[in-house]
Write a protein that binds this ligand. Structure first.
Ligand code: F0G
Length: 443
């Protein structure tokens, strides 16, 4: 990989408190501002080139392989210019932008694209933040790393920490993590703590623990993770030849990603990478929608709630990156709404039956597009990118319940049929009317 454009003695980046403006070294391990407790953000020195030249630099790296085949480190000037030889990469990113007519027609948008982050090495978008977070852990010589998680962050942390050879400790809500995610965290060797409490309790606990035990905290409030997650937007814009879509729609839980998207877009605009700001639509599950509630009141009140939804990844009642996410919505003239569990599961069945597949929380983005089209907020002729955040195999439990167990059977259920081992039995099945499938009827 190419080296940073700044000299080795002057750090290219520093940390700044988003609340009081205090500055800290890029090597400071504190998770929050020591002065006021505000969240930190990373500020990089301005790259030596901007606009078309910077776009060309990114493109050249992809071609000559000096990005290490990573869709995160390709953008290193605005991710972590001083990462140098510490980079811990699988690699990650380089996820596809998919056009699927059936999903588009179900959502009500003519030109819907799906940015599928489930194609990352551990099956979720978290890998983009984690390659940077664990790289930073290595830079500062962290003796151990920790996070609280609804399952994907922990799977990703477990994997990257194993790659770096740093012990990992993960805190997940007992009995509320999807099977695939829990399995990953065990498989990759993280010390996995099943906390008798919800995600919000896990987050509070890990913050106390990391402070007391001196373990480096890698939740999405970690500003280095935000830098990596920005690349979902940067890569999507590059795939669109830097011609920004009208809307970028994403599921929203702890709001780290919503925050990262706003920072990415602000920087892309300021560096002349794009000349038009897309609007962000953040979609929550109805039973875990404190941010959507606040949006309805023009953010006059910060709401918190006891979260309940089938989309366990976003079952969060008190999102940590609330303030940063408000900035994103304001910056992009964005909107926040919610989708019911039934809408999320139907959207998922449609995405799955198009051969794409995603986990329940990811489908909130497409359910949200459909809702916003019906409300008249998104026009069918607008260009929309919906982000699919996680892989279909993350949550096999929710999937099988939908297709096999729910009563009455949902609209798009595709239950398996058990048969005797005879050709007659097959003929009888084929003579039946096809199951009401999402692929046959996606309108
Ligand atoms: N989609 C998936 C699949 C997720 O795992 C998450 C968050 C989100 C969307 C929401 O992103 O929190 O940045 O608003 N998962 C976290 C975790 C909380 O611990 O894996 P967010």
């Amino acid at each position: 990989m190419t080296t940073a454009t700044t000299s080795a003695t002057t750090p290219a980046s520093y940390q700044r408190c988003a609340k009081c403006g205090s500055r800290y070294s890029d090597m400071d391990a504190a998770p929050k501002c020591a002065r006021c407790g505000g969240l930190l953000e990373i500020v990089h020195s301005t790259p030596s080139v901007r606009g078309a030249e910077l776009r060309a630099l990114f493109a050249a790296r992809r071609l000559d392989g000096s990005d290490g085949a990573s869709g995160v480190w390709r953008y290193r000037e605005i991710v972590l210019p001083d990462a140098g030889g510490s980079i811990v990469s699988h690699p990650e990113g380089n996820t596809p932008l998919l056009a699927r007519a059936r999903v588009a027609s179900w959502s009500g948008v003519d030109a819907l694209l799906l940015k599928h982050e489930g194609h990352n090495p551990t099956g979720s978008f978290k890998d983009r933040g984690m390659t940077v977070g664990v790289t930073q852990a290595k830079r500062i010589g962290a003796r151990a790393v920790a996070c609280a998680s609804t399952g994907n962050t922990s799977a990703s942390l477990a994997s990257y920490a194993a790659h770096a050879g740093i012990p990992a400790l993960v805190f997940v809500p007992a009995g509320q993590v999807a099977l695939g995610k829990l399995a990953q965290s065990l498989a990759y060797g993280a010390r996995t703590l099943l906390v008798r409490g919800d995600f919000d309790a896990c987050l509070a606990l890990v913050q106390q623990a990391s402070e007391r035990l001196g373990i480096y905290l890698l939740n999405s409030i970690n500003p280095f993770r935000v830098e990596g997650q920005k690349t979902i937007v940067l890569e999507m814009l590059e795939q669109l030849a830097w011609d920004a879509p009208d809307w970028i729609v994403l599921p929203a839980g702890n709001l780290g990603n919503t925050a990262a998207f706003g920072k990415a877009l602000r920087e892309a605009r300021d560096l002349g990478l794009i000349d038009r700001m897309p609007r962000i639509a953040a979609i929550q599950a109805e039973g875990a929608s404190p941010f959507a509630q606040s949006f309805r009141e023009q953010f006059a009140t910060r709401h918190r709630m006891k979260a309940e939804t089938v989309a366990t990844a976003i079952k969060i009642g008190d999102p940590a990156s609330y303030d940063r996410a408000v900035e994103t919505i304001r910056l992009t003239n964005g909107v926040v709404t919610s989708a019911s569990d039934a809408e999320i599961l139907d959207a998922k069945a449609v995405i799955d039956a198009a051969g794409v597949g995603c986990e329940p929380a990811s489908a909130a983005s497409v359910a949200g597009v459909r809702r916003l089209v019906r409300e008249g907020t998104i026009r069918p002729s607008e260009r929309v990118v919906a982000v699919l955040t996680g892989h279909v195999l993350k949550d096999p439990g929710a999937l099988l319940r939908y297709h096999q167990e729910m009563s009455p059977a949902p609209q798009y259920a595709n239950p398996p049929v058990e048969i005797d081992p005879t050709v007659d039995a097959i003929e009888r099945v084929l003579a039946l009317r096809p199951a009401t499938s999402a692929s046959a009827d996606a309108s």
